[in-house]
Ligand binder design. Structure first.
Ligand SMILES: *Cc1c(COP(=O)(O)O)cnc(C)c1O
Length: 406
């Protein structure tokens, strides 16, 4: 009896705390949601609850809301409350990686169902759809260009059960017209699940749930954690039915992150706003610098007035993000020398962290994409993707300038 009262008090304490921040600004939510002073000791930082199991008072009556960590953990639960806050969603789940989150969404489907997916989707998602979910789980897929709304309309038929897109695509930075896509899909069949992978632009710049999408997914590994030291994914939704299914998959499959990684991510999110603000402004300055440099053939950045995605980005994003892709003038030989000469900027996969990284998609992140597809998407040997960090802008520009002179 006393135990039941304690459980109820704890739930109310959490709920009231989160509700008091629902109308706050984004930065305030980052610092406070899921992060009330701890119930017993009042500690300001959420504790890391490492225990894999929990004592029970009587059979089937655990002390609190938890019995076994795969099925629920206090640190993970704090993080899920925080994620719901920053994604403007009622429910969220955290997964052991972004790919585990993609896998979970595909697990919402049945054998024979079809996914319509954006053609320059993240390389790992493409590989998963081509080589795992289609061959082993019987999930069909079509890749289409979401710039072409007529093609989207034509691709919808009774077998399509999910439409998956990225708010900003990788690596050519196309911006999806999210509201129009959702309208077309839902007009055709409201049962089709719409999914946006928001990893590239981050919840500070865009919250697809507010634009009406069913599920937003992110690789936390990138901007949300932002420090290149955690691998994690999230899904968030306002739909109770989808939440129940994802909750079940989360516990059944067990692709859950460790309590330590959840703690690290909560810590990372505290500075999400100021990191992204700096990354937005550094990236815009770099895009402008590159656009005016004679050794550059073309710059892709939705913040540039010259970008064909500028209008869509302005309508949906609060900032244009920290990724700048560009083509250098020259062959692979020049590109390679340029990359080797960079000093402040590191050649590495991944993105979204505080330090600036550069990637050569053709040989690195998109190495496994078929050759014809690479050509169609514009992933050529002189194409590069820069993930701009929070360093001083002058140091970044100087580094690019000296390396371009090779
Ligand atoms: C990195 C990434 C993923 C996969 O996330 P992991 O955390 O690496 O598993 C999915 N989508 C996009 C857009 C990504 O950049």
């Amino acid at each position: 009896m006393e135990q039941e009262q304690n459980k109820a008090k704890l739930s109310t304490y959490h709920q009231e705390h989160d509700e008091s921040f629902l109308k706050s600004g984004f930065s305030t939510k980052c610092l406070h949601m899921g992060q009330e002073p701890e119930y017993i000791y009042g500690s300001m930082c959420p504790a890391i609850h490492l225990s894999s199991t929990y004592a029970q008072i009587s059979p089937g009556v655990p002390f609190s809301n938890f019995d076994y960590t795969r099925c629920g953990n206090p640190t993970r639960s704090n993080l899920e409350r925080l994620i719901s806050g920053i994604e403007s969603a009622k429910y969220s789940h955290v997964w052991s990686s972004g790919m585990a989150a993609i896998n979970a969404m595909v697990n919402l489907l049945e054998i024979g169902d079809e996914i319509v997916c954006v053609d320059d989707v993240y390389g790992g998602t493409q590989r998963y759809l081509r080589n795992i979910s289609s061959t082993k789980q019987g999930i069909k897929y079509t890749f289409i260009d979401f710039d072409d709304m007529e093609l989207l309309k034509k691709s919808l038929h009774s077998g399509v059960k999910m439409v998956m897109c990225e708010s900003e695509t990788n690596p050519t930075l196309k911006v999806a017209d999210i509201k129009t896509i959702i309208k077309i899909v839902k007009d055709y069949n409201p049962e089709i699940i719409t999914v946006i992978d928001n990893t590239f632009i981050s919840p500070y710049n865009c919250r697809p749930i507010e634009l009406g999408v069913d599920i937003v997914m992110e690789s936390v590994t990138k901007y949300i954690n932002g420090h290149s030291d955690v691998l994690m994914g999230i899904t968030a939704t306002n739909c109770e039915k989808l939440h129940d299914k994802l909750f079940y998959i989360n516990r059944c499959v067990g692709a859950v992150p460790s309590p330590f990684d959840c703690f690290m991510t909560i810590r990372g999110i505290k500075t999400l706003s100021i990191r992204i603000e700096r990354q937005n402004s550094n990236a815009l300055a770099i895009a402008r610098f590159l656009e005016s440099n004679k050794n550059i053939e073309k710059v892709c950045y939705p913040g540039l007035e010259s970008s064909k995605y500028h209008k869509a980005a302005k309508e949906q994003f609060e900032g244009f993000g920290g990724i700048v892709s560009f083509y250098v003038k020259g062959e692979f030989d020049y590109t390679k020398k340029f990359l080797e000469k960079l000093g402040v900027i590191t050649l590495a996969e991944s993105l979204g962290s505080v330090e600036t990284l550069i990637n050569h998609p053709e040989t690195m992140t998109h190495g496994s994409v078929p050759k014809e597809m690479k050509e169609k998407l514009g992933i050529t040997p002189n194409f590069l993707r820069l993930s701009v960090g929070v360093e001083d802008i002058d140091d970044l520009v100087k580094d690019l300038e000296q390396a371009l002179l090779v």
